[in-house]
Each structure stands twice: as C-alpha cells, then as structure tokens.
Write a protein that binds this ligand. Structure first.
Ligand SMILES: Cc1ncc(COP(=O)(O)O)c(C=O)c1O
Length: 442
C-alpha cells in the first residue's frame, strides 16, 4: 500500500487512515498535503479556503514565515531540554511575554502540550491554592477529552461510554441567550445568578473553582452578555473559589482582542491557553498571579515535553506576529463579517441566530417547518448544517460545524484572512442557503 504513487492521492491517505488510525472522527475533512496562510491543498492539487484553521489553531496563518523561521532556528540549537529540569531561554522569554500580554496581574506560567492538560493543571493549582475540592463548569461547555477535563465538559456526547470521570463537578446553565432556559429574551448577567443556586443545591460549598469559556466554542459560539463574566467572578469569590477562564479557543487574537477576557474587563484567577498560541506547534499553558502560582510546591506538577523550546520559540514569534497587525485584522474583518451575517437572519428562515466576536462567528441553523418560534423552541437542524458545509466544500471552502446541537456553522479562519476571501465565503454561503430554499437560480 505504501508505494510512492499510492501516497499521492487523497484516497490512498484515507484508506490508510481506515486501516491503521483509530477511528475517532467520522467526518474526515479535506486531506492536507500543504497549508499556507488561509489555503489548504490536498494530495490531488485542489486548494481550499480554510475558514476553520484546524479547529481554531492557525491564528497567525498556516506556515507563517516568521514562526517557521523561529522554530527552525531553535530546532538547530536543541529540541528538548526538559524545561522543568534544565531552564531554557525560550521558556523564560515566553513566560515573560505571556505575563506582558495577559490581563491584570497574571504573571507566572506552567507549560504543557495541549488544552486539556492546561485545564487539568489549572484545576490542580486551584485545589492546591484554596485547599478545596469542588469544581463547577457550564452546561454545554467544552474543556477537553482527558478524564479530568471531560468531567468539566457539559455535553453527554463526549462522555458516552467513558464514565466515570472525576467526581465533585457540578454544572451551571450556559449563558445561551438564543435558547436561555433561565432568562427571557434579554438574557443578561442575571443568568449568572443560577451559579449561586447551583453552589447552594449541588455542592457541599467546598468550592475550589468555577471554570468557564468566555465565549463557548464547541458549544456553538455562545457569547454571554457583557456583564456576565464579571458577575460569575464575584459569585465565585464570594464562595471562596477561583475563576478559571479557559481561553484555549478564544485566546491569541481570535476574538479581535488578544484574549476574550479583555472584552469583558475581567482578570481570570487562572487562565488556560493552547490552540493559537504557537500556530500549530503543540503547546499548552496556564497562567496565574504569583500568589496563586506559588502555592505549587516542587514536584506538584510536571510534564516531560512541557515547554518544548521549539514550540516556545514558535509561540514567541506567533505573539509578535499577532501584535504586529494580525489581531487588528481579526477585529476589523470580524466586525465586517458580523455585519454581513446579521441581515441573513431576516433573509433566510433557516437561520435562527448569528453571533460572535472577532473571527469567531457562528450561524445557528433551524428547521423553519417545525412550529416553534425562533429561539428556545426552534428545532436545531443538524443535517442542514452538514449539507451547507458539504456544499461549501464543493465550492472550495472548508467551514466548521459544531455546537451542542450540531447545527452551528463556525467561521474561525486564520486571523490573516482578507476582505476578498470573506466576500467569497459570504457569496458561497448565500448560494448554499438559497439552494436549500429551492431557489433554482442559486
Ligand atoms: C475551550 C477549550 N478548552 C480545552 C480544549 C481542549 O484542547 P485540546 O484539544 O488541545 O486538548 C478545547 C478544544 O477544543 C477547547 O475549545
């Protein structure tokens, strides 16, 4: 099978996936031979505009030259120094840079390899600092798939067949304005008050942390009201816990600011990061104020590969690139995109809601033939989301599909995307929606 020729087709790559790679993802997307900036190329020379960045990772653009150069230079120096045994300059430099760009008094960082590790490390730190055990997360939230993070993840779909996870986790309602169970249409910071109720009814009160995404990514690009995060922080502190703001997906420019917490003017007590931090080189991190961070004693936590110097060098270059215009581009293009998406709500009955910040925008698709009004009672249309995504693929565009109900189209392109590429995407999306509504001219 592994002849040179067979390796050159999409089919041959997929066949070997079937044969030798564990089958954890049913809907494999475009096989990628090469990726540059916002473009993906498959094994047969077809190119695609990437609106999903490998699940929101290639923030500085696939193969960003400054990042590649920095990684290559470090690769030639040394690849592994076990950062927690031998201090290395890339780790020291990156930790210092993260202290500079993160909100408020966040100062000391632990480096690991992925988002889920960053979240689990943050929980350990919160438990160590508070001496408490219980953790609260949000319904429909996502924090990873290893057993600790999986316990926080508020979605049965990820847990099916995997229980038991860790104990002492309760879930509070998500600030999901479009389908809010707690509030009326003006879903607001009051939604956070449910948290108070959950602490009272579902926990012993021995609260170590509340863990939230500032904008829920996998849950369906759910943006809370502007005061919600601050209210959550107050309630958490009133009960002696720490607020862990999971910026794994929202961080590093995705929302048009360096971190989503910046939009809400809230300083997290602990902030997990990963995904866009190093333009695809594996790296996770969590950052805390010195007082909290220093509650870790030697040996409390470690990762053999954590703080890999090549990944750290790539992260330093990524941050420079992001600060050098890319975050601004995310803000400007994101505002434009949001202005284009919103009117689609009234043009197409199949669009229930559009929402997002920066280049993290979602379109929630519903079945208009079902009776319920828009909002909480409308029927999510997961199959339509899949059909639209397949149609866009035919047009050479890759888009994400997700959300708790699987009915949200996710625009999360590299933050380097330009206006022309966004215009092309909107036109293709309109054609796809029209075609679904039976418009012959689409
Ligand atoms: C908010 C959030 N936290 C944690 C994770 C887990 O990250 P990883 O897949 O790198 O373990 C994800 C992944 O999608 C995420 O979106």
């Amino acid at each position: 099978m592994t002849t040179e020729l067979s390796q050159r087709t999409n089919e041959a790559v997929e066949e070997r996936y079937d044969e030798y790679v564990m089958p954890i993802w049913k809907d494999l997307d475009v096989p990628v031979k090469r990726a540059k900036n916002c473009s993906l190329e498959d094994y047969e020379g077809n190119t695609y505009l990437d609106l999903f960045s490998g699940i929101s990772v290639a923030n500085a653009g696939h193969g960003n030259e400054a990042v590649v150069e920095a990684a290559k230079t470090q690769l030639e120096e040394f690849v592994h120094g076990c950062s927690y045994v031998h201090p290395t300059e890339p780790v020291a430099d990156l930790a210092e840079r993260i202290a500079e760009i993160t909100p408020g008094n966040l100062r000391k960082t632990f480096f690991c390899n992925s988002g889920t590790e960053a979240v689990e490390g943050a929980i350990k730190l919160a438990r160590k600092y508070t001496g408490s055990k219980e953790v609260i997360a949000l319904e429909m939230g996502f924090h990873g798939r290893t057993l600790g993070s999986l316990a926080l993840t508020g979605n049965k779909a990820y847990k099916d067949g995997m229980a038991p996870t860790i104990n002492d986790v309760a879930h509070a309602p998500a600030p999901y304005a479009y389908r809010c169970r707690s509030c009326d249409e003006s879903c607001s910071e009051d939604c956070a008050d449910d948290l108070e109720q959950i602490i009272g009814t579902h926990t012993s009160g021995d609260l170590a942390a509340v863990v939230v995404e500032p904008i829920m990514g996998e849950g369906g690009i759910i943006v809370p009201s502007s005061e919600w995060l601050a209210r959550v922080k107050d309630i958490t502190h009133d009960h002696g816990g720490l607020l862990i703001v999971d910026e794994v997906q929202t961080g590093y420019g995705r929302t048009g600011r360096m971190f989503a917490s910046d939009h809400f003017d809230v300083v997290p007590d602990i902030m997990p990061q990963a995904k866009g931090i190093a333009t695809g080189m594996p790296l996770g991190a969590f950052t805390a104020p010195a007082e909290i961070a220093d509650s870790f004693d030697s040996g409390d936590h470690l990762s053999t590969f954590g703080g890999n110097p090549v990944s750290c060098a790539a992260a330093l270059a990524t941050i420079d690139e992001l600060r050098n215009g890319i975050v601004d581009n995310a803000r400007v293009q994101g505002e434009w995109l949001s202005d284009q998406l919103e009117p689609l709500e009234s043009s197409f009955n199949t669009i229930g809601d559009t929402r997002g910040l920066g280049l993290m925008q979602g379109i929630e698709l519903v079945d208009p033939t079902e009776d319920g009004p828009r909002g909480v009672a409308s029927k999510p249309d997961r199959k339509l989301a899949k059909r639209i995504s397949a149609y866009l693929r035919e047009e050479g565009i890759v888009i994400g599909v997700g959300g708790y109900y699987g009915n949200v189209l996710r625009f999360q392109p590299p933050l380097t995307i330009n206006r022309e590429q966004l215009e092309r995407s909107i036109k293709a999306l309109r054609r796809a929606l029209k075609r679904e509504e039976g418009d012959e001219d689409a």
